[in-house]
Design a protein around this ligand. Structure first.
Ligand code: PLP
Length: 356
């Protein structure tokens, strides 16, 4: 009963995750998971790690994992933070870098967790309009309190070039700029290479999308060692063991099988290009995507109706009943077979035939 709730709890407006049915009867294109699954070497490493050792706490500094990340990305260990999914890394970042008396900004269309974290941390925020092609306008992303955005952005799928990221960093020397690169492997330009140049840049990555480990909850942040120390202070005020033994094992093994992940990513990009063209042939407006999903709007059919019709046909996509995007669907890129089935079902829906 809310009589026992704290004032903070009463004020919260929690994120609503995409539906997660566990019965396997849906084609799941609603949470941007990777349809191909982790590398076989990752699965084997995790199997090997299941044992007596699980009675022991994991390494609270995540040293072995962070060392592997540093080598793979060509950065120093002191420039890397690891957390239980990038959602946790982002939540810690809002607490570590932003203050209640200084308004932070993010794009008016972006990852809907950002306003949730702002509320949790008692922060004021403003949103910045996108241009008519759904692109972030770098020159408007200015705040002395803090700047947060995803690049490529979600759910639009649109990416900014590094020159635009530099514009945002140069325009906000007094504030931390958080670039959430959850989808960068699918066609973005990563800003990790800029962390030596910009002490106010924090780049956040996840193993949930291109590395197919959403179930393991692994997130990273890259930045100046001063920013990383701030994140460690926040983390160690919460829970010293955010990454468990199996997650760290999986993370290290994933970093060792780049070839597998590059292949899977290439495949998803090919499928995305084919699928985008098929949607456009069917009267959808679809901005070019640099991610593992597309953001699509049909000229006549309402997005909410289409979402429901697809669901009746055991296909889940993401529909956000929110201003500016409530006539769009975010459709994750699955396997070729899943996307062909999607198009077949779509044709039946558009043709008005009896379903299924
Ligand atoms: C999926 C996603 C995340 C969350 O990733 P986790 O590591 O699974 O918590 C963060 N930011 C954006 C923009 C995402 O789409």
């Amino acid at each position: 009963m809310d009589r026992y709730w704290s004032r903070l709890t009463r004020k919260l407006d929690p994120y609503v995750p995409g539906e997660q049915p566990e019965d396997g009867s849906y084609i799941k294109l609603n949470t941007n998971e990777n349809p191909y699954g982790p590398s076989p070497k990752v699965l084997e490493a995790v199997r090997q790690a299941v044992g007596e050792n699980l009675k022991l706490y994991p390494d609270p500094t995540c040293d072995a994992f962070i060392s592997a990340v540093a080598v793979r990305y060509g950065v120093k260990k002191e420039q890397v933070f690891a957390g239980n999914g990038s959602d946790e890394v982002l939540a810690f970042s809002f607490m570590a870098f932003f203050d209640p008396d200084r308004t932070i900004v993010f794009p008016e269309i972006t990852y809907s967790f950002y306003p949730v974290y702002a509320l949790l941390s008692g922060l004021a925020y403003e949103t910045v309009p996108l241009d008519s092609g759904f692109d972030i306008r770098p020159e408007l992303m200015r705040s002395s309190g803090g700047v947060v955005f995803a690049n490529p952005n979600a759910p639009t799928g649109r990416a900014l070039p590094l020159s635009a990221i530099r514009n945002i960093l140069d325009g906000n020397p007094d504030a931390v700029v958080i670039v959430d690169e959850a989808y960068t492997d699918f066609g973005g330009e990563s800003a990790v290479g800029l962390i030596d140049e910009y002490p106010n840049l924090l780049v956040v990555h996840t193993f949930s999308k291109s590395r197919a480990l959403a179930g393991m909850r692994i997130g990273l942040a890259f930045g100046d060692s001063g920013l990383i120390r701030a994140l460690e202070r926040v983390k160690n005020s919460f829970n010293s063991y955010t990454l468990d033994r199996l997650a760290m094992t999986a993370g290290i093994a994933a970093l060792e099988d780049e070839e597998y992940y590059r292949g899977v990513t290439r495949k998803i990009i090919e499928t995305r290009e084919w699928f985008t063209a098929e949607l456009r042939k069917r009267d959808f407006s679809v901005p070019d995507s640099s991610t593992n999903f597309v953001f699509a709007s049909h000229r006549h059919l309402r997005a909410e109706d289409l979402y429901l019709r697809l669901k009746e046909n055991r296909i889940l996509v993401r529909y956000f009943k929110k201003p500016l995007i409530d006539n769009h669907l975010r459709i994750s890129i699955g396997t070729d077979e899943e996307m062909r089935t999607f198009i077949e079902v779509l044709d039946r829906i558009l043709g008005g035939a009896d379903i299924p």
